[in-house]
Design a protein around this ligand. Structure first.
Ligand SMILES: C[S@@+](CC[C@H](N)C(=O)[O-])C[C@H]1O[C@@H](n2cnc3c(N)ncnc32)[C@H](O)[C@@H]1O
Length: 337
């Protein structure tokens, strides 16, 4: 069904924000954090309750997780806004809506799809917001303050703003982003200071995209049902919920030698080509691929900074070159033990 808001969303130029996460992507990541959700208020604040698999996952597993409350807010400019819920208002403003549930089923285990459809149709389960559902709006920040954990896939263009708001209110979160965000000045210090870390899936993720998405040469396809898809090779989960991954130690087997581990031209650190090449007997600063962030254990290593352009922010210490040749950006680490 075509959304009355499709023109609005085109006008707002948020097409690149419309990547819908698969149920499998959510379920497999969430499986690592089940105990964190007991008696918690979960907020999905970029999530249309009719379309988002985050909303579906938490409704389905509401009683298994032992949630206290689930709140999902949609965005009025979204491509799917208003397709399944009447948003008629007099002045034609883009309006968001909110699903807000506490106990809603006596089922002990998983709640069925049919029951979820019924819940979504129940009067007052979903109601219109006053504004467009922007997660930065005061009424949505009210939900943020009321929640314990934010779980969503936000528009990548607003990723750092969402993380900043979540940290401002000292909330827990588990959200999807693009790995490029690791070196943002708003995100990097949080990783460096062990306030946030990556989840499990790091790399490939596929997403449903709206029917009016333009074809692309790469990482785009249409399935047998006509659904359009795109994939990213550098997606990630970012979180401040503790997980086992961040406590696993990287097994180090290589020995340092100056030929295999040359120093940078302009900084006293050695270059390490891949994570598996990190030498077990070097205690100075090492430049390693950015993927270290998904393997790194803060008991084993400390993060010193990044080597990117040498000027992006105070953590970007130098532009990595060896014998005049430029090297791809690096994370600078040092052994702790
Ligand atoms: C990457 S999509 C993901 C949708 C859903 N979270 C999922 O994973 O399937 C991001 C969603 O956020 C919505 N959005 C864009 N700007 C927003 C804002 N300022 N506040 C809240 N939601 C926004 C978009 O319309 C889009 O539906």
């Amino acid at each position: 069904m075509k959304s009355k808001n499709s023109n609005l969303h085109a006008a707002k130029n948020i097409k690149d924000d419309e990547f819908y996460t698969t149920y499998d992507t959510i379920e497999s990541e969430l499986s690592h954090y089940i105990p964190h959700f007991l008696d918690k208020v979960v907020l999905c604040n970029c999530d249309d309750p009719f379309e988002s698999n985050f909303c579906k996952y938490f409704l389905k597993n509401f009683n298994i997780l032992g949630l206290k409350r689930l709140i999902c807010t949609s965005y009025g400019y979204s491509a799917v806004a208003g397709t399944q819920f009447s948003l008629s208002n007099n002045d034609n403003r883009p309006t968001g809506y909110v699903l807000d549930v506490v106990k809603f089923s006596d089922t002990l285990g998983e709640i069925s799809d049919d029951e979820i459809s019924e819940i979504l149709k129940t009067p007052n389960t979903i109601r219109k917001l006053n504004g467009d559902g922007d997660f930065r709006s005061e009424e949505c920040l009210e939900y943020l303050r009321a929640c314990d954990i934010v779980v969503t896939n936000p528009p990548f263009s607003l990723f750092k703003e969402l993380v900043t708001e979540i940290m401002r209110y000292e909330k827990k979160f588990l959200i999807i982003g693009n790995q490029n965000a690791i070196t943002y000045k708003e995100i990097f210090p949080l990783i460096q200071n062990n306030k946030v870390w990556t989840g499990y899936r790091f790399g490939e993720m596929k997403f449903r995209v709206p029917q009016d998405s333009k074809p692309r040469k790469y990482r785009y396809w249409i399935d047998a049902t006509g659904q359009k898809w795109r994939s990213l090779g550098n997606a990630m989960w970012l979180t401040n919920l503790d997980n086992k991954r961040r406590h696993e130690w990287i097994a180090l087997s290589k020995l340092y030698n100056p030929d295999d581990y040359p120093k940078y031209d302009n900084f006293d650190a050695i270059n390490v080509k891949t994570i598996k090449d990190i030498p077990c007997d070097y205690y100075g600063i090492m430049g390693v691929p950015i993927t270290i962030i998904n393997k790194y254990n803060s008991e084993q290593f400390e993060i010193i900074g990044e080597a990117n352009h040498g000027s992006d922010n105070e953590f970007d210490l130098f532009k990595p070159t060896i014998n005049g040749k430029e090297i791809f950006k690096r994370i600078l680490i040092r052994r702790k033990v």
